[in-house]
Design a protein around this ligand. Structure first.
Ligand code: NAD
Length: 314
């Protein structure tokens, strides 16, 4: 018998709802359970989305609490708090880590087997924190990492070369944040390498390419300056990650995983290409990268480790 696919989302704000909308509209799961500390808001969102069944077909969307997640195969975590005026990054981090402590306890009690997909920022740090707090294996706790940055990168490169972004193979790895690393040495369009000046007969225009990466790196700031948050693209990222998981696709995606010697890096979560399926992260795929890119990844790891050192988990 086909098992009903039930998905939980914890944190029904802009990101949680953009993910819920994408999952619902793409018919990825039969049942969505929305959990937020503001129960009324979750109820309102569930009612609103439910009413579109006339277009997407029979699906359940309901507000709930942790015991309702019993049947969930995957739980998506987008719960978080914003920075208070005058608050340091580290204080904010510690407040989000305390929220994660409560969430981890609840999830371990009620859905110990579910895969956890983490989107809350700083996503690499909080993926590591959840791995420390939860009893489930680390391979079952995955951060969205640089998936968002990577789709931004592919989109802007595609715009430049005037091709379909899905035909552009490009990766941003490392931290989801300021130290992220564009992996120029692997960028290709249909196998034609960018750095080898192969693409559409055009040379590698260093300045134009650096400008593209800078726009990717600054994208969150630029969007937040204008609308106050980012949600649509990350919603689709989460839906894609969920689909590859539930369908056991083992798609290789730049997700945040705990490194164990890859590129000489240990004991920190950051994005490298990893195969994601129903068991979580099964394989890591390590493209050859140049010395500058390697140094960039190691720098990302150092910066993340400094933040981790300031976290209180007790
Ligand atoms: P938001 O403020 O709109 O939503 C956060 C929600 O979390 C709120 O509804 C709040 O009530 C809820 N919440 C807080 N504490 C909770 C708890 N203990 N239990 C349950 N719910 C709780 O914020 P948002 O814009 O949706 O962003 C959410 C997170 O996603 C932020 O950390 C943001 O930085 C991050 N984000 C990540 C990416 C990415 O690429 N990973 C992209 C965009 C945003």
């Amino acid at each position: 018998m086909l098992r009903r696919q039930t998905i939980g989302i914890v944190g029904i704000g802009q990101v949680g709802m953009a993910a819920a909308y994408a999952i619902f509209q793409q018919r990825i799961a039969q049942e969505l359970i929305l959990i937020d500390r503001d129960r009324e808001r979750a109820e309102g969102e569930a009612m609103d989305l439910m009413h579109a069944q006339g277009y997407v077909g029979r699906r359940r969307v309901r507000a709930g609490d942790y015991p309702d997640l019993k049947q969930a195969q995957v739980v998506i975590i987008c719960a978080g708090v914003g920075q208070k005026p005058g608050e340091s990054r580290l204080d904010l981090l510690n407040r989000n880590a305390s929220i994660f402590k409560i969430i981890a306890e609840q999830l371990d009690e009620h859905v110990p087997e579910a895969l956890l997909l983490i989107a809350t920022n700083p996503v690499d740090i909080l993926t590591y924190v959840m791995q420390e707090l939860s009893q489930r294996p680390n391979q079952r706790i995955i951060g969205t990492g640089t998936m968002l940055d990577t789709t931004r990168f592919r989109t802007l490169l595609a715009e430049y070369y005037n091709v379909d972004p899905r035909s552009v193979h490009a990766l941003i790895l490392g931290e989801h944040g300021d130290t992220e690393v564009p992996i120029w040495s692997t960028v290709s369009i249909a196998g034609a390498s960018l750095v080898k000046n192969d693409v559409l007969g055009e040379g590698f225009e260093r300045e134009a390419m650096e400008n593209i990466f800078e726009r990717v790196r600054r994208a969150a700031y630029d969007i937040i300056d204008r609308k106050g948050y980012t949600n649509w693209a990350i919603g689709l990222v989460i839906a894609h990650l969920l689909r590859t998981t539930l369908d056991d696709q083992n798609s290789v995606l730049p997700v945040s995983v705990r490194l164990d010697g890859e590129y000489g890096i240990n004991d920190v979560c950051l994005s490298i290409p990893a195969a994601v399926g129903i068991e979580g992260v099964t394989k890591r795929v390590l493209p050859s990268i140049n010395d500058e890119e390697l140094a960039g990844l190691r720098h990302s790891a150092e910066v993340l480790k400094e933040s981790l050192a300031g976290i209180r988990l007790g």
